[in-house]
Design a protein around this ligand. Structure first.
Ligand SMILES: NC(=O)c1ccc[n+]([C@@H]2O[C@H](COP(=O)([O-])OP(=O)(O)OC[C@H]3O[C@@H](n4cnc5c(N)ncnc54)[C@H](OP(=O)(O)O)[C@@H]3O)[C@@H](O)[C@H]2O)c1
Length: 273
């Protein structure tokens, strides 16, 4: 699988999302994904599934260096001592001595960015996370982190799919060579029933979901973390990498509505337009 090189890590462009999977279901899904060849697992303290993922990782005989594990600190744990506690708890649950990427899950209104990144940098210098990054950061917030604090951000994890425009923030990320890791890459499964995508898929012997995924992965600097609990979906998402979309397909996808945001909690920042 193709990897993105960013801040000293090699990030597999297709990973497994794990939100809303817990306990034995989560453990089984991660074991199945690892057996299929997934090497990038995305979790967060908030998902309540790090223990299940830790169990799956330790039962799979895969060298730690071949795995990429991302976890995240929740927005009410952004004081330095709270980050430290959350981080220690995540490592313990995941049964690892380091993660590959540690992200600020959401910005919060009263956060102190310089203190946050000082703490994250210390974790990186200690080798307990190989890289640090953010999720749900707008261009304005990124500018502060990258240009003022000068933190070595390895990614911005954002909602991005065929039905949501992220042109503005993508432009900034590309200029700074920071990858965008697309969450909800299948618009939480909604893309599977889209007629335009199904039509394009039929042309290539593929499904609508596979078309949506390949559209993302064709873009430079973009990775994606679809959540799939079923083995067939996990395999279909890997197989999507072999589809060859053409200009006509891209034109049809460009004409889809681009304002269908799936994740917009009350604490979300004012999104880029
Ligand atoms: N940083 C953040 O704030 C943030 C926010 C949201 C999500 N995330 C991360 O991003 C991951 C993905 O987002 P998401 O889970 O919300 O949505 P998603 O990946 O867009 O969609 C998941 C849904 O699509 C279905 N699916 C998967 N592969 C399919 C296929 N080939 N054909 C048809 N349906 C398919 C899944 O079904 P089955 O499970 O039944 O297979 C599931 O219902 C999360 O799990 C999480 O790791 C991060």
């Amino acid at each position: 699988m193709d990897n993105l090189q960013t801040q000293g890590i090699s990030l597999p462009r297709l990973g497994l999302g794990t939100f809303r999977m817990q306990g034995d279901t989560c453990r089984a899904a991660v074991e199945s994904a690892l057996a299929l060849g997934y090497r990038h697992i995305d979790t967060a303290e908030m998902y309540g599934n790090e223990e299940a993922i830790g169990a799956a990782l330790s039962s799979a005989a895969i060298a730690r260096n071949d795995l990429h594990i991302t976890t995240k600190v929740w927005h009410d744990n952004l004081a330095p001592d709270a980050i430290q506690r959350a981080f220690d708890a995540s490592l313990k649950k995941l049964r690892v001595d380091h993660v590959d990427l540690y992200l600020v899950h959401w910005p919060s209104r009263n956060m102190r960015l310089s203190a946050i990144f000082e703490t994250l940098m210390r974790l990186k210098e200690e080798g307990r996370t190989r890289a640090i990054g953010v999720a749900n950061f707008t261009t304005a917030l990124l500018k502060t982190v990258v240009e003022e604090i000068k933190a070595p951000i390895a990614c911005n994890q954002l909602e991005y799919h065929v039905m949501l425009d992220q042109g503005a923030v993508l432009k900034y990320l590309a200029a700074k060579s920071i990858p965008l890791v697309a969450y909800c890459p299948l618009a939480q499964g909604r893309v599977a029933s889209d007629e335009t995508l199904a039509k394009i898929g039929a042309k290539h012997g593929a499904s609508a979901a596979q078309v949506a995924l390949k559209w993302l992965l064709d873009q430079p600097g973009v990775a994606a973390i679809p959540k799939a609990s079923r083995r067939e979906s996990q395999k279909a998402n890997l197989d999507a990498l072999t589809i060859n979309l053409d200009d006509e397909d891209r034109k049809a996808i460009a004409a889809l509505p681009k304002d269908r945001r799936c994740v917009n909690p009350s604490f979300a920042p004012a999104w880029d337009r």
